[in-house]
Design a protein around this ligand. Structure first.
Ligand code: AHR
Length: 514
């Protein structure tokens, strides 16, 4: 009897499993392609801040470190693998203290200033306009120049644009030629100020909107070299800037630059450490990252009202993790270590940006090298590629791919202490090479997850790579530069549906064989 009861119980369990409804299912609607994922979502930001430029990428042409006209070969080579679409320069807060005339002409004659915003260190202006364009041209990237509104003027910005873009006879174009550049530089993006609510001048949005209208009137270039003009927008969950700017600016206005940083504690004071954290700060960081979607949704709703034809773009102009500074470092240099947590944080951003690709047509991680959530960390002639670098590299197939609608059914809630978030994040897109790519994140720090991938048609298998590690704060170091790196990963089909076994705390990017 006991045996019979046991068999019955086992049978019930089996049939319950057969009809289980809690199976996690990622459904991709390949028949309904969405907007193109602008490659500029993978943009980079390089500011005159700490060793972000000097030492990190720029060593000067006389350095023993191998370089091309002053730019480090190793760093540029590694960045090329990321297919960097654009670089934003010279700031950040630095942009509103930068005067372009101090960065042209013979380098040994350029003035040395104090970088008052970042660490009070000397700024020798060795990297100026010509050097910046040399870097973007070596990278094959587009140039995003941030103009100085805070301590500059309409005249200074107008003349900088003329210097960079004038083709025929002009004293400024002749000066550019004298400084070694005959043909104009191609300026793809030009911003009027940065964080004008804060370090860029502590303005109110109404005042800035008026200033923008005035300045933008005088920013002229040849028609074939007109940059997209960018207004400095709001921060974090703010919507007022988008509201006021989109209502009041009408001309020479292509995008609003919104900034959103992730702090583990959610607070500016006592942000939290970059390494040596517990699962409470693992989840709080990733959950705070996901709140970027709320700000995008709210700001998009305002744009949809004020700009229904979707002419204006919402640029997530600065994003990334911001931790307490590395002990012993200059706090003004924003040095922080980079771990597996940062890689997942990056992938979550990508998945959110892809889902809002209709308006989010650019985003720039802060920052490219040695500062905040960097791709690359250098010391002397050595470099390490961070987990964030690997996340960017794994997601390169999504650049300019066509987004596909994705839903995650039965997505478990991942909870630790007071924090909770969806466990799985997913994205999918049809790339220019015809392949269907899927990006998956399992945010749970301890629990693997199995899911099925439903593409609406039978699939055979999927191949790609995974990024994971045993520790939440696994990182690469100069002693162990390859401690964490992408590894091959495969998923097989069962009855035409792909079964993906995601380890805990992992990113997987797969190309689906159809
Ligand atoms: O990325 C560091 C700083 O963060 C930038 O200079 C500024 O725009 C933001 O506050």
């Amino acid at each position: 009897m006991k045996k019979q009861l046991l068999a019955l119980a086992a049978g019930l369990a089996l049939s319950a499993a057969a009809f289980a409804t809690d199976e996690i299912k990622v459904v991709v609607d390949a028949a309904k392609p969405g907007p193109v994922i602008n490659k500029n979502i993978y943009g980079q930001f390089a500011e005159h801040l700490g060793t972000g430029i000097y030492e990190g990428i720029w060593v000067g042409p006389d350095s023993k470190i191998p370089n091309v006209r002053g730019w480090r070969k190793d760093v540029v080579g590694a960045l090329k693998n990321l297919k960097v679409p654009l670089v934003r320069w010279p700031g950040g807060c630095f942009a509103d203290e930068y005067h372009w005339r101090e960065g042209i002409g013979p380098r040994n004659k350029r003035p040395v200033k104090v970088n008052t915003h970042w660490g009070g260190v000397p700024e020798n202006n060795a990297v100026g306009t010509h050097e910046f364009f040399d870097l973007v041209e070596q990278l094959g990237a587009e140039a995003y120049v941030n103009g100085n509104l805070g301590t500059g003027s309409a005249q200074e910005m107008a003349e900088w644009l003329e210097y960079m873009t004038a083709e025929g006879k002009s004293t400024l174009a002749d000066l550019r030629r004298k400084n070694g550049r005959d043909k104009p530089f191609r300026v793809h993006y030009f911003a009027i100020g940065n964080e004008t609510w804060g370090c860029g001048g502590n303005m109110r949005p109404e005042y800035y909107a008026d200033l923008y209208r005035q300045v933008a009137t005088f920013l002229k270039t040849p028609a074939n070299n007109r940059p997209l003009f960018i207004a400095s927008g709001g921060n974090d969950q703010d919507t007022k800037w988008t509201e006021v700017l989109s209502k009041n600016i009408r001309w020479n206005f292509d995008a609003i630059a919104h900034h959103y940083y992730t702090f583990p504690s959610g607070k500016w004071e006592g942000k939290g450490p970059a390494v040596g954290f517990g699962e409470d700060q693992w989840i709080s960081t990733l959950a705070n990252t996901l709140k970027i979607e709320q700000t995008i949704v709210k700001n998009k709703a305002i744009l949809d009202q004020n700009d229904p034809k979707k002419r204006l773009a919402l640029y997530m102009d600065e994003w990334g993790s911001w931790y307490d500074p590395e002990p012993g470092s200059n706090p003004g240099f924003l040095v922080q270590r980079n771990t597996l947590r940062d890689a997942l944080l990056a992938a979550l951003h990508f998945n959110v940006f892809h889902a809002h690709a209709d308006r989010v047509r650019m985003s720039n991680i802060a920052q490219m090298v040695n500062v905040l959530q960097a791709m690359i960390i250098t010391t002397k002639d050595q470099l390490i590629l961070t987990p964030t670098y690997h996340a960017f590299e794994m997601y390169t197939p999504f650049q300019d791919a066509t987004s596909l609608p994705v839903t995650v059914q039965n997505n478990p809630t991942y909870s630790v202490a007071a924090h909770s978030m969806p466990t799985i994040s997913a994205t999918a897109a049809l790339a220019k090479d015809g392949k269907l790519w899927v990006g998956l994140v399992n945010a749970d720090a301890t629990k693997p997850q199995e899911l099925t991938l439903d593409l609406g048609a039978a699939v055979k298998s999927a191949k790609g790579r995974i990024l994971t590690a045993a520790a939440m704060d696994a990182e690469n170091s100069f002693k162990a530069p390859n401690a964490i790196k992408p590894e091959p990963f495969e998923a097989q089909a069962v009855n035409g549906k792909l079964v993906v076994k995601l380890p805990a705390k992992a990113i997987v990017v797969l190309a689906v064989e159809r």
